[in-house]
Design a protein around this ligand. Structure first.
Ligand code: PMV
Length: 322
């Protein structure tokens, strides 16, 4: 029997970084999905394959914590061990991960993998999964991968759609009144979310009088943006994205390449454009009228970025049996 789990990539539409200090942020799931297939094995061992990376660990070694694996797979084996210890399992499993999501650019590729992996694993071992358990497991993976994550990535990937998220309060779903079309521009600059988060937090700590009001402004901005999304007011959404980009620049997370992509998108007719995710590289997003998607994508390409045309999707994690 095969379980086929899948989970979406995400973008943060508003409020990245500010969310780490408990301001509200808005995230959306994309129509770009990771797939994790889970097959039962006769042998008592666990295999994980992702692209050309492969590893396996025997059940006994996993339970006694006597194994060493590629850094890339470590969070997955930790999730695996937690589930096996909780539910008990005497067999083996083979996981194959397929992801079209560019890695390390702020599109939530790791969270989508952890979410799909956790859901497929729970289904195979416990017979069922629920979103709360999936988010909790995937968040543990995120902590290992990213240091101090706010939890927004696994939450949106598991639930799908658009959410307002606040660290201390969890999330509420938003009903977008219109389809949200995005052109993403991947910059090609590599960065680490954990490093960027630490950099921003130390800047804030150094100048608290300046940054406290800025963080509150970002919180208000996210609330205004939530209202604009629910009324389907694309013009306001775009304007608020531009303001949000300015706030992120003041946190020191923009780069010359990101600025180039943001301005290329705006000049080509996007209603608004901003960094998405941790910045320091990674990607930008722009919100566009449907008839300008290709034009904006070409402008991003001419400016040295890799464009991805995408749409916000209501689908969160799912598992089917085959
Ligand atoms: O991993 P990224 O690039 O999507 O960044 C996550 C967003 C941050 O707010 C910077 C960090 C977090 O955990 O919320």
């Amino acid at each position: 029997m095969t379980f086929l789990a899948s989970a979406p990539a995400k973008v943060i539409l508003f409020g990245e970084h500010f969310v780490v200090e408990n301001e509200p942020a808005i995230a959306a799931a994309l129509d770009l999905r990771v797939e994790v297939s889970v097959n039962l094995l006769d042998e008592k061992r666990f295999e994980i394959r992702s692209g050309n990376l492969f590893s396996f660990v025997r059940l006994d070694d996993l339970l006694s914590n006597h194994y060493s694996v590629n850094q890339h797979f470590k969070p997955l084996y930790i999730i695996l061990r937690k589930v096996i210890e909780k539910y008990g399992f005497e067999g083996g499993l083979k996981f194959i991960i397929k992801s079209p999501i560019p890695m390390g650019v702020g599109l939530g590729s790791s969270a989508a993998v952890f979410v799909a992996f956790s859901a497929g694993l729970l289904k195979a071992v416990a017979g069922e999964y629920d979103l709360e358990k999936v988010v909790k497991l995937a968040s543990e993976g995120e902590i290992l991968a990213h240091g101090r994550p706010s939890g927004i990535d696994p939450t949106i990937s598991a639930n799908g759609g658009v959410i307002v998220y606040r660290k201390s309060e969890g999330f509420i779903p938003l009903k977008a009144a219109i389809p949200l079309h995005l052109v993403i521009g991947v910059s090609g600059e590599v960065r680490s979310t954990a490093t960027m988060v630490e950099k921003v937090l130390s800047l804030k700590k150094r100048f608290p009088e300046i940054f406290e009001p800025l963080y509150h402004a970002a919180g208000h901005l996210a609330i205004e943006a939530a209202k604009a999304i629910e009324r389907g007011d694309l013009t306001s959404i775009g304007m608020l994205m531009n303001i949000n980009h300015g706030l992120l620049s003041s946190l020191g997370v923009s780069t010359m390449n990101l600025e180039r992509l943001v301005h290329a998108a705006r000049d080509a007719g996007a209603l608004g454009a901003k960094i998405t995710g941790a910045g320091g590289g990674g990607a930008i997003i722009s919100i566009c009228p449907q008839n300008l998607l290709e034009t904006v994508a070409s402008a991003i390409k001419r400016s040295g970025g890799f464009p991805l045309i995408s749409k916000v999707s209501d689908r969160g994690v799912s598992v089917i049996e085959r």
